[in-house]
Design a protein. Structure first.
Length: 102
């Protein structure tokens, strides 16, 4: 068993996002995503299912060209898709990538 304090975690910049993975198992990996005011994650293709849980702040997440506003306490779950994210005031998110079993 491991316990993680998500509110206390700090994230590296998007360019160094690999450093933000804090748990990695064959079935899934978890990372902290933190964007400053005006921050973006450019469109990228996700090959896994994804869960985003907003810890603090708000973000606009686009999944296959469909936009959703997320705020603290909300989560988004999606199958593999084209994803992007932006925030006006800053956001901190728990991201979970789930690998489907073959």
């Amino acid at each position: 068993m491991k316990v993680f304090d998500l509110k206390a975690m700090q994230a590296a910049d998007y360019a160094e996002r690999g450093k933000n993975v804090f748990y990695n198992a064959p079935e899934f990996k978890t990372r902290i995503i933190e964007l400053p005011a005006g921050g973006i994650i450019p469109e990228c293709e996700m090959a896994s299912d994804v869960v985003f849980v907003v810890i603090d702040g708000t973000a606009t997440v686009t999944v296959n060209q469909q936009e959703e506003q997320l705020k603290a306490g909300q989560c988004l779950i999606t199958e593999p898709a084209m994803l992007s994210m932006k925030t006006e005031k800053g956001v901190k998110i728990l991201g979970i990538q789930i690998q489907k079993q073959k």
